[in-house]
Design a protein around this ligand. Sequence first.
Ligand code: ADP
Length: 488
Amino acid sequence: MSSPSSIREATRRSAYIRPEITIGGEWRAADSGKTISVDDPFTGETIGEIADAGAAETEAAVAAASEAFAPWAARPAIERGRLLRRWFDVIVANKEDLARLITLESGKAIREARGEVDYGAAFVEFYAEEASRANGEIIPAHVPGRQLRAEREPVGVCAAITPWNFPIAMLTRKVAPALAAGCTMVAKPAQQTPFSALALARLAQEVGIPGGVFNIVTGQAAAIGGVLTGSPVVRKLSFTGSTGVGARLMQACAGTIKRVSMELGGNAPLLIFDDADLETAVETAMVAKFRNAGQSCIAANRIYVQAGIHDRFVAAFAARTAALKLGDGFDETTDIGPLIEAVAVDKVNAHLENALAGGAQLLAGGKGEGRLMPPTLLAGVAHDAQLSCEETFGPLAAVMRFETFEEAIRLANDTPFGLASYVCSQDPATISRAGRAIESGMVGINTGFISTAWAPFGGVKQSGVGKEGSRLGLDEYLNVKYLCQAGL
Ligand code: ADP
């Protein structure tokens, strides 16, 4: 079997690592010829270069998407669906290469990277089928001799700005419904993880998705974002990232009254009630907290445990946390890879120190160094600790004790965010009451594993607007047109 370092080297040398963007089906350098280097989070070494594109290239990409729009929208939905299906097939056929690219650029453990390719590909599969189901409605007329119709039509040229934590899945869940609906797309992947996105575009072109339908620009975020948000040709922006950047992009979209979908930050609570099954509760916490080394917007940031089960839960969770293996994402036995950047570790360390200073007890792990943050568990964390209020985005689990149902709900909702939440209990009444009382767009019940292409993903409050995945994800790329015909 190949060693992690030889797989890393082979991935670095792959044909996907090129400083090129794709506009109108062509692959080209930035106008200036300049590039930006991308680091391997584990070694800190340069993986390769990307094109350092800005406003001019983004304008060209928007023009290409605009030119491609009418013929793409005019194709029968079933044909667009068939092309998406072929794209899905080729993504699956290249699963291992794509997973390795994800690990190389994001540091993610390879087993999780493979899971991400499956998850990301599922959006393409799902929307390939959904393309031909954008049905409209005939509405009973309010006066004789009329026909009232509501038809769905594609929004137009769309833009996507995506983050580094799930570089393939966060892109496919925007591009696949957009293309299925008949929209064309200009995407800007995160600067840290551009290569897997560019690889997806190459595969799309390979199966015959026309040039101009899916364009990618890399480089200067603010300049690219400025064109994508300011252009009157772009009719919609879908963004996944931090609430701060999302708010700025939403403001920038206001000038041209764009449609927006925003998947923003979370601060997910996990509530474990006395009657929870202990093993299920621990498994839920493991998945909800440590997936992608805690770098997920639906990561359980605050784990509230009822007094009666608290000590048993903490002991079992500490043993599982301590058993997680930290290391090179290319090592098949690694559970927790490096964090994306050293500043990410600094933030987790700051949350750790702040909680310890507030009286928390350290039960596993400890301080991180460089880009490596050990899986860490704290109990007895104060409700006003930094990590109770802000998204940690790292493998630091924080347990707080509660006594009553009402207290748990009050604590869970005491945040401006509302993306995901989790509940562990075996009592149907508790599950039902908690599920309704929690202010979040998604609730995991006795599971930390909630994301799937078939279900609507999205938040409330400052966690965002709009849904991705499910049939609702297609609506984000469709306008409803009402046609009223008289004289019949
Ligand atoms: P994260 O914490 O995931 O890095 P960000 O919100 O900073 O969250 O980044 C998410 C995406 O938004 C990335 O693709 C990033 O390059 C992009 N981005 C950041 N700032 C801007 C901006 N001013 N305009 C457009 N895109 C931006």
